[in-house]
Write a protein that binds this ligand. Structure first.
Ligand code: C2G
Length: 131
């Protein structure tokens, strides 16, 4: 049973997120999503989410590729998460290319996947403003 983990905010869920989650699941048998909490988003990523953590969690849990959603509360937890959840592969979009290579020291495969072009939560918000 190959276990995969990814991290993110996943606000205003869109097909770029789904493309990432689908490819992440293809890398193993069980996919865990560490979902950024509202506090982490605001304090550490300066992101104000449209949907709350619970609403974003509910959306993610309805996706066929996702097996478990856990909270992402800080930048440091990845190093312990990979042991606590017996992770084989860490995966994230290549906008983070190289940023999490340290996880290889924990015996984890690190994969950066191509981002889906021309879609982002920010774009959606901006486009909706102009409607
Ligand atoms: N993503 C993608 N294509 C897009 C938009 C997003 O592949 N057009 C991917 C991102 O690369 C990321 C995931 O979807 O892997 C979630 O994106 P965000 O919610 O923007 O996550 P981010 O704020 O990058 O959080 O500790 C890591 C951070 O929590 C990552």
């Amino acid at each position: 049973m190959k276990r995969v983990i990814t991290y993110g905010t996943f606000d205003l869920l869109h097909y770029g997120h789904i493309n990432l989650l689908r490819r992440a699941k293809e890398l193993g048998d069980y996919l865990i999503v560490a979902l950024s909490t509202d506090e982490f988003n605001w304090n550490m990523k300066q992101k104000k989410c449209y949907f709350s953590y619970e609403q974003r969690k509910q959306l993610l849990e309805s996706i066929r590729y996702v097996d478990l959603v856990i909270p992402e509360e800080n930048w440091e937890q990845k190093r312990t998460d990979v042991h606590e959840y017996h992770i084989d592969t860490f995966v994230i979009g290549n906008d983070w290319e190289g940023k999490f290579d340290f996880l290889k020291e924990e015996g984890v495969e690190v994969v950066y996947l191509e981002r889906t072009p021309d879609i982002s939560t920010t774009t959606i918000k901006e486009d909706m403003k102009d409607k």
